[in-house]
Design a protein around this ligand. Structure first.
Ligand code: OVM
Length: 404
C-alpha cells in the first residue's frame, strides 16, 4: 500500500455529502463520481479521505497495520472523542486486543457449528412462507419475510429471553446510524438511545441468556479463560448489534433483486442450489453495509496519493462492489457471474464473522420460497429507509403466483 514516493500527489477534493438523505437513498451517482475522480478523494465536508475503487478498498481493508479500526469504524475519532458506547472488541479494535474475541466468536459461528441449525431453520422458513402464502398472493415482503425470518430464527440461537425482542432492529438501526456524522438520523435516534442500550446491555449478562445458545458459549469461553469476564458481555453485544439489521436488509436485497429479475428467479427455481449465489450476488449488488471508516496510522500513499497520518478514511464498499474495473457489467444482478471477492462482508481481519449465519438464513428462506412460488413481482415502488451505513428498506410490496 505504501510506496516510498518522493512527491506524493494531493487528492482531488469533493464537497459531496455521502450521508445526505438523497445520497443515502440513491448512492450510485456519487459512487461513480468518486471512483472516476481518482484513487483517493478528500471529502472536505468531513475532512476525511475516501476510497471508492475496488482495488484500493480491497487493499486497504487487508492492510490493518496502516488502516486501523481501533480509532473507531465511524466518523468519530476515538482518540479525540468519547465513543457513544464502549467500543466493539471486534469491529473497533486492532490486534492484539481484537485477537481473542475474534478467535472465540469465529469458532462459535463457524460452518460446522452452524450445521445443527439447518433443519430447524428450514422448518422456520417453511412455516413463515406457508403462513404468508395462506393469506393471499399480495403482501409486503419486507415485514412478512425479510424481517420475520431473522427475528424468528436467530434470537433463540443466541439464547435471548422472550421479552423485548422488538428492540433488536431499532437498536441495530441506531448502531449503524452512529457510524456516520451527527445528522438528523442520529438526532432522531437520540430519544431511545438510553432505553435501547440498557435493554441490550441487560441481555448480554450471563443470567439473561439461555444455557445452550451462542451467548452462553461466549460466557463459557470466559470461564475457560479464553476471554476476560469483562470482554464476554461485549462480544455478546456484537451479536446483538450486527446480527439482525444486516441479515434483514441482506435478505431484503435478495428479494428485491429476484422480484425485479424474473429470469433470475426462474434460474433459481430450476436450480435451488443457486440460492447461495443469489444471496452473494445480492450482497455485491446492493451492499447492505455501504461504508466503514478506517484511520491512517501513519502517512500512507494509495496509488501515489498521500493520506496524512491520523485522518479518517471512508471505505465505500458499495462503490467497490460495482467498480467496472473489477466487475463486468457491474450494475447487473446476474446469477451466472462469480460474485466471490466482493467486499460486502468486508475483507481481511475484520471480514464479517457472522457471514456463515447470514448465508444459512438466506439460503433456507430462499429455498423455501423457490419451492412454493412460481413467479414474484413488485406491485408498487419499494421503499427504502435512510440509514447512515445500511442500505435499508421499509417496504417491498409484492405479488406472487404460488407453484402448482
Ligand atoms: C459490533 C458491530 C456493530 C455493528 C456492525 C458490526 C458489521 C459490528 O458491535 O461488533 O460489523
Amino acid at each position: 500500500m505504501t510506496e516510498a514516493l518522493e512527491r506524493p500527489v494531493v487528492p482531488p477534493v469533493s464537497d459531496a455529502d455521502p450521508f445526505a438523505a438523497d445520497v443515502l437513498l440513491e448512492p450510485e451517482p456519487l459512487h461513480r463520481t468518486l471512483r472516476e475522480a481518482g484513487p483517493v478523494v478528500r471529502l472536505s465536508r468531513y475532512d476525511v479521505h475516501a476510497l471508492a475503487r475496488y482495488e484500493h478498498v480491497h487493499a486497504a481493508l487487508l492492510d490493518w497495520q496502516h488502516f486501523e479500526s481501533g480509532s473507531g469504524a465511524g466518523l468519530a475519532n476515538f482518540r479525540h472523542e468519547k465513543p457513544w458506547r464502549p467500543p466493539s472488541l471486534l469491529l473497533e479494535a486492532d490486534p492484539p486486543l481484537h485477537d481473542a474475541p475474534c478467535r472465540v466468536l469465529r469458532e462459535i459461528l463457524a460452518p460446522p457449528a452452524l450445521h445443527r441449525l439447518r433443519a430447524g431453520w428450514q422448518a422456520v422458513a417453511e412455516e413463515i412462507v406457508d403462513q404468508v402464502l395462506s393469506q393471499g398472493s399480495e403482501f409486503d415482503a419486507f415485514p412478512a419475510l425479510a424481517e420475520a425470518f431473522p427475528l424468528q430464527a436467530f434470537p433463540d440461537v443466541v439464547g435471548l429471553g422472550p421479552d423485548g425482542r422488538e428492540n433488536l432492529l431499532p437498536y441495530g438501526n441506531m448502531v449503524f446510524n452512529a457510524f456516520g456524522p451527527r445528522n438528523g438520523l442520529v438526532t432522531a435516534d437520540a430519544p431511545r438511545l438510553a432505553e435501547l442500550s440498557a435493554w441490550v446491555n441487560a441481555q448480554c449478562r450471563r443470567e439473561a441468556l439461555s444455557e445452550d445458545g451462542f451467548g452462553a458459549q461466549i460466557w463459557a469461553a470466559a470461564d475457560r479463560g479464553d476471554l476476560t469476564q469483562e470482554q464476554a458481555p461485549l462480544v455478546v453485544r456484537s451479536l446483538l448489534s450486527a446480527g439482525f439489521d444486516t441479515t434483514v436488509h441482506g435478505i431484503a436485497a435478495c428479494l428485491y433483486a429476484l422480484a425485479t429479475h424474473p429470469q433470475e428467479w426462474q434460474r433459481l427455481r430450476k436450480r435451488p442450489e443457486l440460492a447461495r449465489v443469489a444471496f452473494e450476488e445480492a450482497i455485491r449488488w446492493q451492499s447492505p453495509v455501504q461504508t466503514f471508516f478506517r484511520t491512517a496510522t501513519t502517512d500512507v500513499t494509495v496509488a501515489g496519493t498521500l493520506i496524512p497520518a491520523h485522518t479518517k478514511i471512508l471505505m465505500f464498499l458499495g462503490a467497490a462492489n460495482r467498480d467496472p474495473a473489477r466487475w463486468p457489467d457491474p450494475d447487473r444482478f446476474d446469477l451466472t457471474r462469480d460474485p466471490s471477492g466482493h467486499v460486502g462482508f468486508g475483507m481481511g481481519i475484520h471480514q464479517c464473522i457472522g457471514q456463515h449465519v447470514a448465508r444459512l438464513e438466506a439460503e433456507t428462506l430462499l429455498t423455501a420460497l423457490a419451492r412454493r412460488v412460481e413467479h414474484l413481482e413488485l406491485t408498487g415502488p419499494p421503499r427504502r429507509h435512510p440509514n447512515n451505513t445500511l442500505r435499508s428498506w421499509t417496504s417491498l410490496p409484492m405479488r406472487v403466483r404460488p407453484a402448482a
